[in-house]
Design a protein around this ligand. Structure first.
Ligand code: ZN
Ligand code: ZN
Length: 76
């Protein structure tokens, strides 16, 4: 079975803020914020939901930049 390695704390994403270079914090799965069919999701995000992988929100604690990334999966 494949699980989201971020939700299961198996690994960390090391992404850096393009504006200030700090490590982005993992805000958790995007579904926790909006639900899968929210009108607030961009078209790009809706297409990504067709991908079964878990999508996480990453944010910069310094400048507030945020981005959504497909989380890596781990075979368990
Ligand atoms: Zn996840
Ligand atoms: Zn930043």
């Amino acid at each position: 079975m494949r699980v989201c390695s971020l939700c299961n704390r198996l690994s960390q994403m090391e992404k850096r803020c393009p504006a200030c270079g700090l490590l982005l914090a993992d805000g958790g799965p995007v579904a926790d914020y909006y639900g899968p069919y929210s009108p607030y999701m961009s078209r790009d995000s809706i297409e990504r939901i067709a991908d079964p992988r878990c999508i996480h929100l990453f944010y910069c604690p310094h400048c507030g930049f945020d981005t959504r990334e497909c989380a890596p999966e781990t075979e368990v």
